[in-house]
Design a protein around this ligand. Structure first.
Ligand SMILES: [Zn+2]
Length: 161
């Protein structure tokens, strides 16, 4: 650590304790060259979660993007902001638990859709159609097909022979 007074890189730690409710370590240091004391804080670096978009471009996981997408899909639907945020949290957690690095962005879309489907089918379909860049098109069509199959067949809609 470079001394903020004389820029010497020789120092000794004279005190070390937890700070910020255990999220940081506060160290009191003494410069060996000039004898002055200063404080440093050590915090865990936020570990970025890398996502690979289609075409292989990598970017960091962006929870805000998911929330914005969900908010658009859930507009005028009976879904609360806290439900939206909890989906984003769950998806981030699932992606961090997923061993792949980078995480394929299609996987994020699938995780979001899986949770959205349980909440609201309209929001689910909106999200699926807006965010189909998350998904391979065939996946989207398959999802849509599964959803449509679940609807009861229309009365008298069968073709006559
Ligand atoms: Zn110094």
């Amino acid at each position: 650590m470079r001394c903020p007074y004389c820029t010497s890189e020789e120092d000794k730690v004279i005190d070390s304790r937890l700070a910020e409710e255990g999220r940081a370590i506060r160290r009191r240091r003494e410069c060996i060259a000039c004898g002055r004391r200063y404080t440093t804080f050590e915090r865990a670096e936020e570990v970025p979660l890398l996502v690979a978009k289609r075409g292989g471009v990598e970017e960091s996981f962006d929870r805000t993007k998911i929330i914005e997408g969900l908010n658009r899909a859930c507009k005028n639907r009976p879904i609360t902001q806290s439900e939206v945020e909890s989906i984003a949290d769950d998806v981030e957690e699932a992606m961090r638990a997923d061993g792949r690095r980078p995480v394929p962005s299609a996987e994020i879309g699938r995780e979001v859709l899986e949770r959205l489907r349980l909440l609201d089918e309209v929001a689910y379909l909106r999200f699926a159609s807006v965010y189909k860049d998350f998904q391979e098109l065939t996946d989207f069509e398959r999802e849509l097909g599964l959803l449509l199959k679940k609807s009861p067949p229309k009365q008298g809609a069968e073709e006559s022979p």
